[in-house]
Write a protein that binds this ligand. Sequence first.
Ligand code: PMP
Length: 370
Amino acid sequence: MTRNSHSIADRMALIDASGIRKVFDLAAKMTDPINLSIGQPDFDVPEPIKARAVEAIGQGHNKYTQTQGTGELRDSIAAACRDEFGWDDDRAYLVTSGVSGALMLAMLTMINPGQEVIFADPYFVMYSHLVHLAGGKCVMVDTYPDFRPTAEKFADAITDNTRMIILNSPSNPTGCVHTEAELRAIAEVAAERDILVISDEIYNLFCYDQPFVSMASIYENTLLFRGFSKSYAMTGWRMGWCTGPKAVVEKMTVLQQYSFVCAPSMAQAAGATALATDMSQQVAAYKRKRDMVVDALGEKFGMVTPAGAFYAFVPAPGGDATEFVKKAIDNNVLIIPGNVFSSRDTHFRISYATTDERLAEGLDILSSLA
Ligand code: PMP
Protein backbone atom coordinates (compact mmCIF):
# COMPACT_ATOMS: atom_id res chain seq x y z
CA MET A 1 0.00 0.00 0.00
CA THR A 2 1.30 3.48 -0.86
CA ARG A 3 1.64 5.60 2.23
CA ASN A 4 0.08 9.01 2.08
CA SER A 5 3.31 10.59 3.25
CA HIS A 6 5.09 9.02 0.27
CA SER A 7 2.66 10.23 -2.38
CA ILE A 8 4.46 12.01 -5.18
CA ALA A 9 3.66 15.48 -6.52
CA ASP A 10 1.56 15.56 -9.68
CA ARG A 11 4.32 17.21 -11.72
CA MET A 12 6.44 14.07 -11.50
CA ALA A 13 3.83 12.26 -13.59
CA LEU A 14 4.95 14.57 -16.40
CA ILE A 15 8.42 13.04 -16.35
CA ASP A 16 8.64 9.59 -17.83
CA ALA A 17 12.02 7.88 -17.97
CA SER A 18 10.63 4.50 -19.02
CA GLY A 19 12.16 4.39 -22.51
CA ILE A 20 15.77 4.63 -21.49
CA ARG A 21 15.16 2.53 -18.37
CA LYS A 22 13.95 -0.39 -20.50
CA VAL A 23 17.19 -0.27 -22.46
CA PHE A 24 19.30 -0.22 -19.32
CA ASP A 25 17.26 -3.12 -17.87
CA LEU A 26 18.11 -5.12 -20.98
CA ALA A 27 21.74 -4.01 -20.77
CA ALA A 28 22.01 -5.09 -17.13
CA LYS A 29 21.90 -8.72 -18.30
CA MET A 30 24.88 -8.23 -20.62
CA THR A 31 28.38 -9.17 -19.56
CA ASP A 32 31.11 -6.97 -21.00
CA PRO A 33 28.89 -5.47 -23.74
CA ILE A 34 30.24 -3.45 -26.64
CA ASN A 35 28.69 -0.28 -25.35
CA LEU A 36 27.79 2.15 -28.14
CA SER A 37 25.22 3.96 -26.00
CA ILE A 38 27.37 6.28 -23.92
CA GLY A 39 26.96 10.06 -24.03
CA GLN A 40 30.43 10.98 -22.83
CA PRO A 41 33.94 10.97 -24.32
CA ASP A 42 36.13 7.89 -23.82
CA PHE A 43 39.24 10.06 -23.27
CA ASP A 44 40.04 11.35 -19.79
CA VAL A 45 40.22 14.94 -18.58
CA PRO A 46 43.57 16.38 -19.79
CA GLU A 47 46.24 16.33 -17.05
CA PRO A 48 46.72 20.12 -16.63
CA ILE A 49 42.99 20.52 -15.93
CA LYS A 50 43.05 17.75 -13.34
CA ALA A 51 46.19 19.17 -11.77
CA ARG A 52 44.62 22.62 -11.46
CA ALA A 53 41.53 21.19 -9.71
CA VAL A 54 43.69 19.24 -7.24
CA GLU A 55 45.83 22.31 -6.63
CA ALA A 56 42.69 24.40 -6.11
CA ILE A 57 41.45 22.02 -3.41
CA GLY A 58 44.87 22.28 -1.70
CA GLN A 59 44.67 26.05 -1.88
CA GLY A 60 41.31 26.05 -0.14
CA HIS A 61 38.96 26.67 -3.06
CA ASN A 62 36.42 24.50 -1.28
CA LYS A 63 33.78 27.00 -0.33
CA TYR A 64 30.73 28.54 -1.98
CA THR A 65 31.69 30.81 -4.83
CA GLN A 66 29.67 33.75 -6.04
CA THR A 67 26.35 32.47 -7.38
CA GLN A 68 27.14 33.55 -10.95
CA GLY A 69 30.57 31.89 -10.84
CA THR A 70 34.05 33.10 -9.91
CA GLY A 71 35.29 36.31 -11.46
CA GLU A 72 38.32 34.42 -12.80
CA LEU A 73 36.23 31.90 -14.75
CA ARG A 74 33.72 34.45 -15.98
CA ASP A 75 36.61 36.62 -17.21
CA SER A 76 38.01 33.61 -19.12
CA ILE A 77 34.61 32.88 -20.65
CA ALA A 78 34.18 36.55 -21.58
CA ALA A 79 37.64 36.52 -23.21
CA ALA A 80 36.75 33.40 -25.19
CA CYS A 81 33.53 35.08 -26.33
CA ARG A 82 35.46 38.23 -27.24
CA ASP A 83 37.71 36.10 -29.46
CA GLU A 84 34.86 34.17 -31.05
CA PHE A 85 32.11 36.78 -31.31
CA GLY A 86 33.86 40.13 -30.80
CA TRP A 87 31.60 40.92 -27.83
CA ASP A 88 32.36 43.58 -25.27
CA ASP A 89 32.50 42.66 -21.59
CA ASP A 90 29.25 44.23 -20.55
CA ARG A 91 27.39 40.95 -20.91
CA ALA A 92 25.96 38.77 -18.18
CA TYR A 93 27.63 35.37 -17.78
CA LEU A 94 26.41 32.61 -15.51
CA VAL A 95 28.43 29.53 -14.61
CA THR A 96 26.03 26.62 -14.11
CA SER A 97 25.99 23.06 -12.85
CA GLY A 98 26.40 21.64 -16.32
CA VAL A 99 24.27 22.59 -19.29
CA SER A 100 21.59 20.52 -17.54
CA GLY A 101 21.61 23.10 -14.76
CA ALA A 102 21.33 25.94 -17.26
CA LEU A 103 18.43 24.21 -19.01
CA MET A 104 16.56 23.70 -15.74
CA LEU A 105 17.07 27.35 -14.71
CA ALA A 106 16.01 28.63 -18.13
CA MET A 107 12.82 26.58 -18.29
CA LEU A 108 11.72 27.51 -14.78
CA THR A 109 12.64 31.15 -15.36
CA MET A 110 10.98 31.58 -18.76
CA ILE A 111 7.98 29.27 -19.17
CA ASN A 112 4.51 29.89 -17.85
CA PRO A 113 2.05 26.98 -17.71
CA GLY A 114 0.60 26.33 -21.15
CA GLN A 115 3.31 28.14 -23.09
CA GLU A 116 4.89 26.37 -26.03
CA VAL A 117 8.51 25.47 -26.69
CA ILE A 118 9.53 24.48 -30.20
CA PHE A 119 12.37 22.08 -30.95
CA ALA A 120 13.40 19.57 -33.59
CA ASP A 121 12.37 15.91 -33.39
CA PRO A 122 14.66 13.92 -32.80
CA TYR A 123 15.72 15.84 -29.69
CA PHE A 124 17.84 15.60 -26.54
CA VAL A 125 15.47 13.91 -24.06
CA MET A 126 15.96 16.40 -21.27
CA TYR A 127 14.21 19.15 -23.26
CA SER A 128 10.79 17.54 -23.19
CA HIS A 129 10.99 16.59 -19.53
CA LEU A 130 12.09 20.03 -18.37
CA VAL A 131 9.51 21.84 -20.49
CA HIS A 132 6.83 19.62 -18.96
CA LEU A 133 8.20 20.15 -15.46
CA ALA A 134 7.79 23.91 -15.99
CA GLY A 135 4.19 23.33 -17.11
CA GLY A 136 4.97 24.09 -20.74
CA LYS A 137 3.97 22.32 -23.90
CA CYS A 138 6.45 20.78 -26.35
CA VAL A 139 5.90 21.52 -30.02
CA MET A 140 8.13 19.20 -31.98
CA VAL A 141 9.19 19.87 -35.52
CA ASP A 142 9.64 16.64 -37.47
CA THR A 143 13.01 16.77 -39.25
CA TYR A 144 13.08 13.27 -40.79
CA PRO A 145 14.58 11.97 -43.01
CA ASP A 146 17.62 14.31 -43.29
CA PHE A 147 17.29 16.06 -39.88
CA ARG A 148 17.64 19.54 -41.44
CA PRO A 149 15.86 22.06 -39.22
CA THR A 150 14.38 24.31 -41.88
CA ALA A 151 13.01 27.74 -41.03
CA GLU A 152 9.73 26.92 -42.82
CA LYS A 153 9.08 24.05 -40.42
CA PHE A 154 9.81 26.24 -37.41
CA ALA A 155 7.65 29.06 -38.81
CA ASP A 156 4.73 26.67 -39.22
CA ALA A 157 5.07 25.59 -35.58
CA ILE A 158 4.89 29.12 -34.16
CA THR A 159 1.64 30.21 -32.49
CA ASP A 160 0.64 33.12 -30.25
CA ASN A 161 1.61 30.86 -27.37
CA THR A 162 5.20 30.22 -28.47
CA ARG A 163 7.67 31.05 -25.71
CA MET A 164 10.96 29.89 -27.16
CA ILE A 165 12.78 27.79 -29.72
CA ILE A 166 15.52 25.38 -28.66
CA LEU A 167 18.30 24.63 -31.14
CA ASN A 168 20.95 21.98 -30.58
CA SER A 169 23.87 22.07 -32.98
CA PRO A 170 25.80 19.78 -33.21
CA SER A 171 22.85 17.61 -32.28
CA ASN A 172 22.32 14.79 -29.87
CA PRO A 173 21.13 12.31 -31.20
CA THR A 174 21.51 13.03 -34.94
CA GLY A 175 24.96 14.64 -35.20
CA CYS A 176 23.36 17.25 -37.46
CA VAL A 177 25.23 20.60 -37.62
CA HIS A 178 23.24 23.68 -38.63
CA THR A 179 24.61 25.71 -41.52
CA GLU A 180 24.93 29.47 -41.32
CA ALA A 181 22.15 29.82 -43.92
CA GLU A 182 19.81 27.63 -41.85
CA LEU A 183 20.55 29.64 -38.72
CA ARG A 184 20.01 32.95 -40.51
CA ALA A 185 16.65 31.77 -41.83
CA ILE A 186 15.55 30.57 -38.38
CA ALA A 187 16.77 33.84 -36.84
CA GLU A 188 14.60 35.78 -39.27
CA VAL A 189 11.54 33.74 -38.34
CA ALA A 190 12.26 34.14 -34.62
CA ALA A 191 12.94 37.88 -34.92
CA GLU A 192 9.63 38.48 -36.67
CA ARG A 193 7.78 37.29 -33.55
CA ASP A 194 10.45 38.35 -31.02
CA ILE A 195 11.06 34.77 -29.88
CA LEU A 196 13.94 33.80 -27.61
CA VAL A 197 16.20 31.07 -28.98
CA ILE A 198 18.09 28.75 -26.65
CA SER A 199 21.17 27.49 -28.46
CA ASP A 200 22.52 24.36 -26.78
CA GLU A 201 26.07 24.16 -28.13
CA ILE A 202 27.49 21.62 -25.73
CA TYR A 203 29.09 19.73 -28.66
CA ASN A 204 30.53 22.82 -30.37
CA LEU A 205 34.11 21.49 -30.41
CA PHE A 206 33.01 18.30 -32.15
CA CYS A 207 32.30 19.72 -35.60
CA TYR A 208 34.08 17.88 -38.40
CA ASP A 209 33.29 19.10 -41.90
CA GLN A 210 32.80 22.84 -41.65
CA PRO A 211 33.66 25.64 -39.23
CA PHE A 212 31.12 25.71 -36.39
CA VAL A 213 28.64 28.60 -36.59
CA SER A 214 26.86 29.72 -33.43
CA MET A 215 23.32 31.11 -33.40
CA ALA A 216 24.70 33.62 -30.89
CA SER A 217 26.79 35.19 -33.66
CA ILE A 218 23.67 35.70 -35.76
CA TYR A 219 20.69 36.41 -33.51
CA GLU A 220 20.96 38.83 -30.62
CA ASN A 221 18.02 37.27 -28.73
CA THR A 222 19.92 34.02 -28.15
CA LEU A 223 20.46 32.36 -24.81
CA LEU A 224 23.73 30.53 -25.43
CA PHE A 225 24.66 27.38 -23.49
CA ARG A 226 28.12 25.85 -23.62
CA GLY A 227 29.59 23.10 -21.48
CA PHE A 228 32.74 21.43 -20.24
CA SER A 229 31.27 17.90 -20.04
CA LYS A 230 31.86 16.85 -23.62
CA SER A 231 34.67 19.19 -24.73
CA TYR A 232 36.99 18.26 -21.85
CA ALA A 233 35.39 14.98 -20.70
CA MET A 234 34.40 16.67 -17.43
CA THR A 235 30.90 15.13 -17.23
CA GLY A 236 31.20 14.40 -13.51
CA TRP A 237 32.46 17.88 -12.64
CA ARG A 238 29.08 19.49 -13.40
CA MET A 239 30.17 22.60 -15.25
CA GLY A 240 28.55 24.70 -17.93
CA TRP A 241 27.92 28.34 -18.68
CA CYS A 242 25.40 30.57 -20.29
CA THR A 243 25.12 34.09 -21.63
CA GLY A 244 22.38 36.03 -23.36
CA PRO A 245 19.79 38.72 -22.70
CA LYS A 246 20.75 40.34 -19.40
CA ALA A 247 17.24 40.34 -17.92
CA VAL A 248 16.99 36.59 -18.50
CA VAL A 249 20.46 35.64 -17.26
CA GLU A 250 19.98 37.77 -14.14
CA LYS A 251 16.73 36.00 -13.24
CA MET A 252 18.35 32.62 -13.86
CA THR A 253 21.09 33.71 -11.47
CA VAL A 254 18.50 34.52 -8.81
CA LEU A 255 17.02 31.04 -9.18
CA GLN A 256 20.48 29.45 -9.04
CA GLN A 257 21.03 31.23 -5.74
CA TYR A 258 18.11 29.26 -4.27
CA SER A 259 18.71 25.96 -6.03
CA PHE A 260 22.17 24.90 -7.23
CA VAL A 261 23.81 27.81 -5.30
CA CYS A 262 26.95 27.62 -7.46
CA ALA A 263 28.88 25.25 -9.70
CA PRO A 264 31.54 23.19 -7.86
CA SER A 265 34.32 25.50 -6.67
CA MET A 266 37.36 23.36 -7.57
CA ALA A 267 35.88 22.64 -11.00
CA GLN A 268 35.43 26.37 -11.56
CA ALA A 269 39.06 26.94 -10.61
CA ALA A 270 40.07 24.44 -13.32
CA GLY A 271 37.62 25.88 -15.83
CA ALA A 272 39.98 28.61 -17.05
CA THR A 273 42.69 25.96 -17.58
CA ALA A 274 40.19 23.90 -19.57
CA LEU A 275 39.29 26.82 -21.82
CA ALA A 276 43.00 27.29 -22.60
CA THR A 277 43.53 23.59 -23.41
CA ASP A 278 43.95 22.52 -27.01
CA MET A 279 41.60 19.61 -27.74
CA SER A 280 42.28 19.36 -31.47
CA GLN A 281 43.87 15.89 -31.18
CA GLN A 282 40.88 14.46 -29.37
CA VAL A 283 38.53 16.06 -31.88
CA ALA A 284 40.60 14.65 -34.78
CA ALA A 285 40.33 11.19 -33.20
CA TYR A 286 36.55 11.57 -33.03
CA LYS A 287 36.41 12.65 -36.66
CA ARG A 288 38.22 9.41 -37.53
CA LYS A 289 35.71 7.43 -35.47
CA ARG A 290 32.87 9.24 -37.25
CA ASP A 291 34.45 8.20 -40.57
CA MET A 292 34.64 4.58 -39.37
CA VAL A 293 30.91 4.65 -38.65
CA VAL A 294 30.09 6.19 -42.02
CA ASP A 295 32.31 3.68 -43.85
CA ALA A 296 30.72 0.72 -42.06
CA LEU A 297 27.06 1.73 -41.94
CA GLY A 298 26.58 4.71 -44.27
CA GLU A 299 25.52 3.05 -47.48
CA LYS A 300 24.38 -0.23 -46.04
CA PHE A 301 21.91 1.39 -43.63
CA GLY A 302 21.08 4.50 -45.67
CA MET A 303 22.38 6.72 -42.90
CA VAL A 304 22.67 10.51 -43.03
CA THR A 305 26.34 11.46 -42.49
CA PRO A 306 26.61 13.11 -39.07
CA ALA A 307 28.78 16.24 -39.18
CA GLY A 308 29.26 16.67 -35.44
CA ALA A 309 28.87 15.50 -31.81
CA PHE A 310 29.69 11.79 -31.37
CA TYR A 311 26.48 10.17 -32.46
CA ALA A 312 24.97 8.72 -35.59
CA PHE A 313 21.22 8.26 -35.98
CA VAL A 314 20.80 5.25 -38.20
CA PRO A 315 17.69 3.84 -39.90
CA ALA A 316 16.92 0.44 -38.32
CA PRO A 317 16.81 -2.42 -40.81
CA GLY A 318 13.17 -3.48 -41.03
CA GLY A 319 12.04 -0.09 -39.73
CA ASP A 320 11.43 -1.18 -36.12
CA ALA A 321 14.19 0.24 -33.91
CA THR A 322 13.18 -1.49 -30.68
CA GLU A 323 13.24 -4.86 -32.46
CA PHE A 324 16.66 -4.13 -33.97
CA VAL A 325 18.07 -2.95 -30.64
CA LYS A 326 16.93 -6.22 -29.03
CA LYS A 327 18.74 -8.10 -31.77
CA ALA A 328 21.87 -6.01 -31.24
CA ILE A 329 21.74 -6.59 -27.48
CA ASP A 330 21.37 -10.34 -28.10
CA ASN A 331 24.62 -9.98 -30.02
CA ASN A 332 26.31 -8.07 -27.21
CA VAL A 333 26.11 -4.55 -28.73
CA LEU A 334 24.33 -1.85 -26.76
CA ILE A 335 22.63 0.90 -28.79
CA ILE A 336 19.57 3.06 -28.05
CA PRO A 337 16.26 2.90 -29.93
CA GLY A 338 15.05 6.10 -31.56
CA ASN A 339 11.82 6.31 -29.55
CA VAL A 340 13.90 7.47 -26.58
CA PHE A 341 14.65 10.67 -28.56
CA SER A 342 11.69 10.91 -30.88
CA SER A 343 8.02 10.32 -31.50
CA ARG A 344 9.18 7.77 -34.09
CA ASP A 345 10.88 4.44 -33.50
CA THR A 346 12.50 3.95 -36.88
CA HIS A 347 16.15 4.71 -36.11
CA PHE A 348 18.76 3.81 -33.51
CA ARG A 349 21.42 6.01 -31.95
CA ILE A 350 24.98 4.87 -31.87
CA SER A 351 27.58 6.69 -29.84
CA TYR A 352 31.10 6.28 -31.19
CA ALA A 353 32.69 7.62 -28.02
CA THR A 354 34.68 4.46 -27.40
CA THR A 355 38.00 2.94 -28.42
CA ASP A 356 38.64 2.28 -32.12
CA GLU A 357 38.87 -1.46 -31.36
CA ARG A 358 35.54 -1.69 -29.58
CA LEU A 359 33.92 0.53 -32.19
CA ALA A 360 35.21 -1.64 -35.04
CA GLU A 361 33.91 -4.78 -33.30
CA GLY A 362 30.52 -3.20 -32.70
CA LEU A 363 30.23 -1.92 -36.27
CA ASP A 364 31.08 -5.39 -37.64
CA ILE A 365 28.31 -6.94 -35.58
CA LEU A 366 25.73 -4.27 -36.46
CA SER A 367 26.68 -4.60 -40.11
CA SER A 368 26.19 -8.37 -39.99
CA LEU A 369 22.71 -7.90 -38.49
CA ALA A 370 21.49 -5.69 -41.32
N1 PMP B 1 22.63 19.11 -23.94
C1 PMP B 1 22.86 18.04 -24.71
C2 PMP B 1 22.45 18.08 -26.15
C3 PMP B 1 23.46 16.89 -24.16
O1 PMP B 1 23.68 15.82 -24.94
C4 PMP B 1 23.83 16.89 -22.79
C5 PMP B 1 24.48 15.70 -22.13
N2 PMP B 1 24.11 14.46 -22.60
C6 PMP B 1 23.55 18.04 -22.04
C7 PMP B 1 22.97 19.13 -22.64
C8 PMP B 1 23.85 18.13 -20.56
O2 PMP B 1 25.20 18.05 -20.28
P1 PMP B 1 25.86 18.54 -18.93
O3 PMP B 1 24.76 18.78 -17.96
O4 PMP B 1 26.75 17.44 -18.50
O5 PMP B 1 26.60 19.80 -19.24
